[in-house]
Design a protein around this ligand. Structure first.
Ligand SMILES: [Zn+2]
Ligand SMILES: [Zn+2]
Length: 319
C-alpha cells in the first residue's frame, strides 16, 4: 500500500503569502554563500540538504488522503480542498474519456472535509462512479447544501457522475475494493466524527482525524488503544499543543502531538503521522513541533521505536 497526502491542513485551507515565499528564498541564498553551485547536480544536492521549511512547505489544502492499493479503483479519505488536485491528477493521467470508480470515506461533514467536492472535476463527468461511505445520515444533504444556490453556481443535482451514498455501521468490518477491508469507530468531536481502520495484505492504516482525547483517560483500557493496535501507519489529529488542548482549546474537538505519541506507543503503532495542522502554524513552527514530538517519544518510551512524520501536501508513505 502507498498512502498519499493531498491535503493536510485543519479547519481551513491556508496558503503561503509572498512574504513567506520571499523569506524562504532569502534563507536559501544565505545558506548558499560560499557553496560551489556550478552544476545543476550541485544545485539539486544543495536544495535537498536545506531544512524542509526552507526548501518546501507543509502546504495548505484541507483534509484529503489517498490509499493506493494497486486496484484501478480509487480509495480516499475525506473531500477537503486537496481532492481538487487529486481529481485533476487522475484526469491528467487518463483523460475524461475513461470512466473510473472512486470510494470515499468521510470522517464527518464539517466544511473543511467536504469543501473540495464542488471542485472535484470527475464528479462532473458521466460514467464516473463516486461512492461515498460514512456514518452520518445527512451525507447527501450536506454535499447538496454546500453545492446549491446561492453558495455555488453548479447544483449538486446536475453533476454528471453517478454518486452513491453508503451508510456504515461503526464496529462492523466491510470489504471495500482491491482486498481492502475497513472498520470504523466513533470519535469525540462536535456532531461526532468517525475514524477508519483499513487493512490490506496484513498492513494496517488508521485514519483518525478531528478527534479529541482527554489526557487523563489514556491507559491500556482506553478504546482507541484497540482501534490503533499495531497500526503500520496512524494518521492522527495533532492540531494543537497539549497545553492548548487541555486549557483554552479544551472541548474544541481536536487533539495534540503529545496525546498522539502516548496513544501510538500504548497501541504499539509503528509510524505516527501528525495531521490536520493548525492554520496559524507556519512551516518553521510545524518543523519545531515535529522535533519536539520526536524528542518526547524518545523520553516517554525509549525502548519502543516509533517513527514520527508531520504530514505535508504531496507526502507519500509506502506501507
Ligand atoms: Zn477538520
Ligand atoms: Zn471537524
Amino acid at each position: 500500500m502507498l498512502v498519499r497526502f493531498w491535503g493536510t491542513r485543519g479547519s481551513l485551507p491556508a496558503s503561503l503569502n509572498y512574504r513567506a515565499v520571499r523569506a524562504k528564498i532569502r534563507d536559501a541564498l544565505v545558506a548558499a554563500r560560499g557553496e560551489n553551485l556550478g552544476s545543476d547536480q550541485a544545485i539539486d544536492g544543495f536544495i535537498d540538504r536545506l531544512p524542509f521549511p526552507v526548501r518546501g512547505t507543509y502546504g495548505g489544502n484541507s483534509s484529503c488522503v489517498e490509499l493506493v492499493t494497486g486496484s484501478d479503483e480509487y480509495l480516499l479519505c475525506d473531500l477537503g480542498s486537496g481532492v481538487r488536485e487529486f481529481g485533476n491528477g487522475v484526469l491528467g493521467k487518463y483523460g475524461p474519456g475513461q470512466p473510473r470508480r472512486y470510494h470515499v470515506f468521510m470522517s464527518h461533514l464539517h466544511w473543511d472535509h467536504i469543501m473540495g467536492f464542488p471542485f472535484f472535476t470527475p464528479a462532473y463527468i458521466p460514467g464516473n462512479v463516486i461512492r461515498i461511505y460514512g456514518s452520518h445520515k445527512v451525507m447527501r444533504e450536506a454535499l447538496e447544501r454546500q453545492q446549491s444556490n446561492p453558495t455555488f453556481p453548479v447544483d449538486f443535482k446536475t453533476l454528471g457522475a453517478t454518486i452513491e451514498f453508503v451508510e456504515l455501521e461503526p464496529g462492523r468490518t466491510y470489504d471495500v475494493v482491491g482486498g481492502v477491508s475497513v472498520r470504523s469507530f466513533v470519535q469525540n468531536h462536535a456532531g461526532n466524527s468517525y475514524g477508519f481502520r483499513f487493512s490490506h495484505q496484513n498492513k494496517i492504516v488508521v485514519y483518525s482525524t478531528d478527534s479529541e482525547h482527554k489526557y487523563e483517560t489514556l491507559d491500556r483500557t482506553y478504546p482507541f488503544v484497540d482501534h490503533f493496535r499495531d497500526a503500520d501507519l496512524l494518521i492522527f489529529d495533532a492540531m494543537y499543543s497539549l497545553a492548548d488542548q487541555i486549557s483554552v482549546k479544551e472541548d474544541w474537538g481536536h487533539s495534540s502531538n503529545i496525546v498522539g505519541v502516548e496513544l501510538a506507543q500504548l497501541a504499539g503503532a509503528k509510524h505516527l503521522v501528525m495531521f490536520h495542522h493548525e492554520p496559524i502554524h507556519d512551516d518553521h513552527m510545524l518543523e519545531r513541533i515535529l522535533a519536539e514530538t520526536r524528542r518526547y517519544a524518545e523520553i516517554n518510551d525509549p525502548e519502543r521505536k516509533l517513527t514520527i512524520t508531520s504530514a505535508y501536501d504531496g507526502l507519500e508513505i509506502p506501507v
